[in-house]
Design a protein around this ligand. Structure first.
Ligand SMILES: Cc1cc2nc3c(=O)[nH]c(=O)nc-3n(C[C@H](O)[C@H](O)[C@H](O)COP(=O)(O)OP(=O)(O)OC[C@H]3O[C@@H](n4cnc5c(N)ncnc54)[C@H](O)[C@@H]3O)c2cc1C
Length: 358
């Protein structure tokens, strides 16, 4: 396993761990991560820009009825748990992959420092700007039209109990927060703007405060409690679905194959699931046999591409809707889609989300 970073650093971000991803972790003997790092999602409350509660998505209640579950976790807890479970030396840090060549007998991966490594299979798990994808497909990520910040705030008292989320809807912007354990709150915020603007000289914290001036007080309180250096900033891109992720002995997993905008919080879960499905598809294939490896990778893609295309498309649609900028359209969204929709429809929406990841 080759990783560009020189060390494993915790990143202050969360990932969703849906039932299928949690089961995947359990199947590969990492059930401890689910038990210790994953927080059951309770409910998502939607608020308008004045802080008035419009409705809620009763996730835990519906999950119980369906006999399923869904979690969030700090990405660092899951990642470090997985890293520690690997034998020493499996992850080779400081290795920037730049390209590959394959032949009947195997694949040669090339690295920025001139090294080459030979293996039977190459799995490009190198994120949204994947070098493996660049060589395979040569396409570019698609800008969503909005840029985002996220952070983790230590808070006492804790304004949101663990697993409870609130999301404020504005015009062309949204702010959400999830209660975590140990007095921490994870938050995310996004606002329509051009890509590439970067941080203002006043700094990220100030930029979020300015962007969310006039939002309910909870927003400013959470942002104020976040250390400046714990705020991440990303222009939000996705990867439009494609029909193939590889050829021969090469494929992609995670954001390299199917980066989605973060509006449904499913990217992490889908990436975890890819890893498990791919391992199961490859298990038992004679790795020296190119045709057998090719068949196993294409079987993996036949399951993973449609599964993740749904997530990418749904996240894009929800993102467009949540970031409506026109005042009349945003008001209609709040009143009709959120406030006037009966709870039974919200229960159905929760069930669709939970069933898709069962
Ligand atoms: C603003 C934002 C908010 C998000 N919110 C959520 C959320 O709430 N819930 C959720 O589930 N998901 C969320 N996601 C998505 C989630 O972070 C990703 O789906 C997930 O991290 C994908 O994992 P990955 O391993 O495929 O890619 P990454 O996490 O990007 O990891 C790729 C790894 O490859 C390494 N790498 C990159 N290039 C090279 C190279 N050339 N050579 C070697 N190594 C390389 C990188 O250093 C990195 O370690 C969010 C994403 C963003 C941008």
């Amino acid at each position: 396993m080759f990783e560009r970073a020189d060390e494993m650093r915790p990143v202050g971000a969360i990932i969703g761990v849906a039932a299928n991803a949690a089961r995947g972790l359990e199947r590969i003997g990492l059930g401890d991560i689910v038990e210790q790092a994953c927080i059951p999602v309770q409910r998502l409350d939607y608020l308008n820009w004045r802080g008035r509660r419009l409705t809620h998505m009763p996730i835990q209640e519906v999950a119980r009825e369906l006999g399923t579950r869904t979690f969030i976790a700090l990405r660092a807890d899951v990642q470090l748990g997985m890293y520690e479970a690997l034998p020493d030396g499996v992850v080779r840090l400081g290795s920037e992959f730049v390209g590959f060549e394959q032949d009947d007998a195997g694949v040669t991966a090339r690295f920025a420092d001139g090294r080459e490594e030979r293996a039977a299979v190459l799995i490009g798990a190198d994120g949204i700007q994947s070098a493996a994808r660049q060589q395979l497909l040569g396409d570019e990520p698609r800008y969503s039209g909005y840029s985002g910040w996220r952070g983790v705030a230590p808070m006492d008292p804790q304004p949101l109990e663990p697993g409870l989320a609130k999301q404020v809807l504005g015009r062309g912007k949204t702010f959400g927060a999830f209660g975590l354990t140990k007095g921490r709150v994870y938050w995310w915020a996004s606002a329509r703007m051009d890509s590439g603007l970067g941080d203002s000289p006043a700094g990220r914290k100030n930029d979020v405060r300015e962007s969310f001036r006039g939002a309910p007080e909870l927003v400013q309180t959470i942002v104020d409690a976040t250390p400046e250096d714990a705020i991440l900033r990303n222009d939000i891109y996705d990867r439009p679905p494609v029909e193939r992720w590889g050829e021969g002995r090469v494929t992609l997993i995670g954001d390299a194959g199917h980066a989605a905008t973060p509006n449904t919080g499913e990217g992490g879960s889908q990436a975890l699931l890819d890893g498990v499905v791919l391992a199961e598809s490859l298990a038992g294939s004679p790795l020296e046999d190119r045709a057998a490896v090719d068949a196993a990778l294409r079987t993996f893609e036949a399951e993973a591409i449609p599964r993740t295309a749904d997530v990418v498309n749904r996240a894009k649609e929800i993102g467009t809707f949540i970031h409506l900028q026109n005042p009349a359209a945003a008001l209609m969204r709040d009143l009709v889609f959120y406030r006037a929709t009966p709870q039974r429809i919200w229960r159905k929406r929760a069930a669709v989300y939970l069933e898709a990841a069962r």
